[in-house]
Ligand binder design. Structure first.
Ligand SMILES: Cc1ncc(COP(=O)(O)O)c(C=O)c1O
Length: 408
């Protein structure tokens, strides 16, 4: 990749001196965006197949979203949850219409939404006078980096340095419904599952496993928490992927795409669970402020009123076909998984070299679960842009085909 000594090196050096080094970043500095395009400090254009890990749902610098945010900033941004404002109830109502879960609690990130769901699940059993603390989580899961969310995140590397985490977590393979039925008990407070396991390598739950969850909940009374932070809000061409799987969660966690880039998370809650929560049980200073709610309302309006859901379903088919053609062409592609605009391309080798090879060719992708190239493009991407981006990815695959790397 070409970078001048000017911006990029100075920016990197300053970060290295003063920013806590928790992220291993690619050596590129983005300064501007426009739809599915990002521009670096040297003016170079990239097609974005990642949207800031599933966040920039309406694309970058979306004019409708930008106007709404600017208007809200000039009117009123934040008043705290000590008072009413007009937008929180409106947003909760729209999310209720989309999800079938009648109530929402607003927070500021995905991990906070998961934490809220965990607390509400515990509170439910506590209120019923029969406290349950056990949780069932899935292998390959990712739910966030806070202590509660980390406790149900499967990757040992993320967890080990921070032990002890929440106790009473049982792990079950998402490929094994029988194991789930064995693990669940009348001590299980909740089962938590991502309808599509994103960080774990883009693994959609199978209908058989979704049915296993239904039976496990019926058998034990356990609550179901669906983590839709990555798979929800139109990403799959459905409002939520739990709906496509016929799942009936009591709690749903949301984040990422909800604000289109403005940080906001939400826990959606069934009436049965909501009725066990009391004033003061949970809270957040920023959660659901006017600015974040205005952005989220704008995203939902585009998604539903603007016909984006249907577009995602259509462009998703295009990705499906093109990615299967890529898999047929490159011998080291083992499997392609996904739906709508969330895709994982699993290789027989480490996928790390694909990311810089793609960047060099002007396309942004990400590697997850070591061997998986993950695509999470903005929901507004067209077939034409997707076609160009996937040609560049094809070239990146061709370039690394002869490089070394562990074979699987
Ligand atoms: C399914 C899922 N849950 C939770 C999270 C955590 O969200 P955040 O990084 O906003 O805390 C993520 C983030 O990647 C996620 O994909």
């Amino acid at each position: 990749m070409t970078t001048t000594m000017s911006g990029t090196d100075q920016i990197q050096a300053r970060e290295q001196r003063h920013v806590l080094q928790t992220y291993r970043r690619q050596p590129v500095v983005f300064v501007r965006g426009d739809g599915v395009r990002l521009y670096d400090v040297d003016g170079r254009e990239y097609l974005d197949l990642l949207s800031g890990i599933g966040v920039a749902s309406l694309g970058h610098a979306n004019p409708v979203l930008a106007r709404a945010i600017a208007d809200q900033a000039q009117t009123l941004m934040h008043t705290s949850n000590l008072f009413f404002h007009p937008l929180q109830g409106e947003l909760a109502e729209r999310l209720a219409d989309l999800s079938g879960l009648p109530r929402a609690f607003f927070c500021n990130s995905g991990a906070e939404a998961v934490e809220a769901c965990l607390k509400f699940a515990r509170r439910y059993w506590y209120t019923r006078g029969a406290p349950r603390t056990e949780l069932i989580a899935l292998e390959r899961s990712f739910h966030g980096r806070t202590m509660g969310a980390l406790s149900i995140t499967s990757d040992e590397h993320y967890r080990a340095p921070f032990a002890p985490l929440l106790s009473g977590v049982k792990w079950v393979s998402a490929d094994d419904p029988a194991a789930l039925l064995q693990a669940v008990s009348t001590n299980t407070a909740a089962i938590i599952a991502e309808p599509i396991q994103g960080e774990g390598g883009v693994h959609p739950l199978t209908p058989a496993f979704a049915d296993g969850i239904r039976r496990a909940c019926e058998q034990s009374g356990a609550l179901l928490i669906a983590d839709e932070i990555q798979s929800g809000l139109g990403r799959t061409g459905h409002a939520f992927y739990f709906q496509a799987l016929g799942m009936k969660p009591h709690l749903v966690s949301l984040g990422k795409a909800l604000g289109g880039g403005v940080p906001i998370g939400a826990a959606l809650i069934s009436e049965e669970v909501a009725s066990t929560i009391a004033y003061g049980d949970h809270g957040s200073t920023y959660g659901g402020n006017l600015l974040a709610c205005r952005a989220a309302l704008c995203v939902l309006e585009e998604l539903v009123g603007g016909g984006l859901l249907a577009q995602v379903a259509r462009v998703g088919q295009f990705f499906d076909q093109r990615l299967r053609a890529l898999a047929a062409k490159h011998a080291f592609i083992k499997e392609v998984r996904g739906a709508g605009l969330i895709w994982g391309i699993e290789l027989t080798r480490d996928a790390a070299p694909v990311v810089p090879a793609a960047l060099e060719r002007g396309v942004i992708v990400n590697r997850t679960a070591e061997r998986v190239v993950r695509l999470l493009p903005p929901l507004v991407i067209t077939e034409a842009d997707a076609g160009v981006a996937l040609e560049r990815l094809d070239a990146a695959f061709a370039a690394i085909a002869h490089e070394g790397g562990p074979q699987g």
